[in-house]
Design a protein around this ligand. Structure first.
Ligand code: 5GP
Ligand code: MG
Ligand code: MG
Length: 192
């Protein structure tokens, strides 16, 4: 357990204008989400499929909160990319690379860092359904409903996210800021 002073220091960064979700906020919410999934998937042998790279920290914390773990819970990662390099909007062109485990007839828990326009996730879900999954539930840490273009059903969300560009806890801008333990708003001068 870090001291309050150390924690306060870790929740600051020169490029962040505002902390939206603190390390403690996130921890509490992720624990609740894990409990929910443990109960929903008790007898379902879920395949928890994280979408790289943004979900890597959320994934690691979430799977450890699915307690007690349903038997047959497996973990894998897919990759989706919709941003063209240094951009803060979705290019609409989504490239998807599925994980290594077979997904046919599996109950998929699809784990996303953030659903914004919904294009990335929509594309992935279409791919999963084509592959014949038994079910697919979307779990997103952040839900930016105000910017939705594609209709995607978020089964479980961490937090509603305001229409601001956020980084930290796995989320990047041009590969930076992923390691911050909190989620905050990136100073606009950093991307404009
Ligand atoms: P969508 O296809 O839903 O528009 O975009 C999804 C992807 O865009 C996310 O997985 C994430 O990589 C990126 N994204 C959308 N909004 C934000 C944001 O506020 N911050 C960061 N860092 N990435 C975002
Ligand atoms: Mg994502
Ligand atoms: Mg990104």
């Amino acid at each position: 357990q870090r001291s309050a002073a150390a924690r306060a220091g870790m929740e600051r960064h020169a490029d962040i204008t505002e902390v939206l979700f603190s390390e403690q906020n996130i921890k509490t919410r992720v624990a609740e989400m894990g409990q929910q999934l443990a109960s929903d998937y008790q007898h379902k042998q879920p395949l928890v499929l994280g979408v790289l790279s943004g979900s890597f920290i959320f994934m690691a914390d979430l799977v450890r909160c699915i307690q007690p773990p349903p038997s047959g819970l497996h973990v894998d990662f897919a990759r989706a990319q919709s941003y063209a390099g240094k951009a803060t909007w979705s290019s609409g062109e989504v490239h998807t690379i599925m994980g290594k485990l077979p997904i046919q007839n599996r109950h998929i828990i699809l784990v996303e860092d953030i659903v914004d326009s919904g294009q990335t996730t929509k594309n992935l879900i279409i791919g999963l359904k084509k592959a014949g999954v038994a079910s697919c539930a979307l779990v997103a840490l952040l839900n930016k409903t105000s910017r939705r273009v594609e209709n995607v059903d978020v089964a479980l969300q961490g937090f509603e996210c305001p229409d601001k560009f956020v980084v930290g806890y796995g989320l990047d801008f041009d590969e930076e800021y992923r390691s911050l333990p909190f989620i905050g708003v990136l100073r606009p001068e950093c991307y404009s």
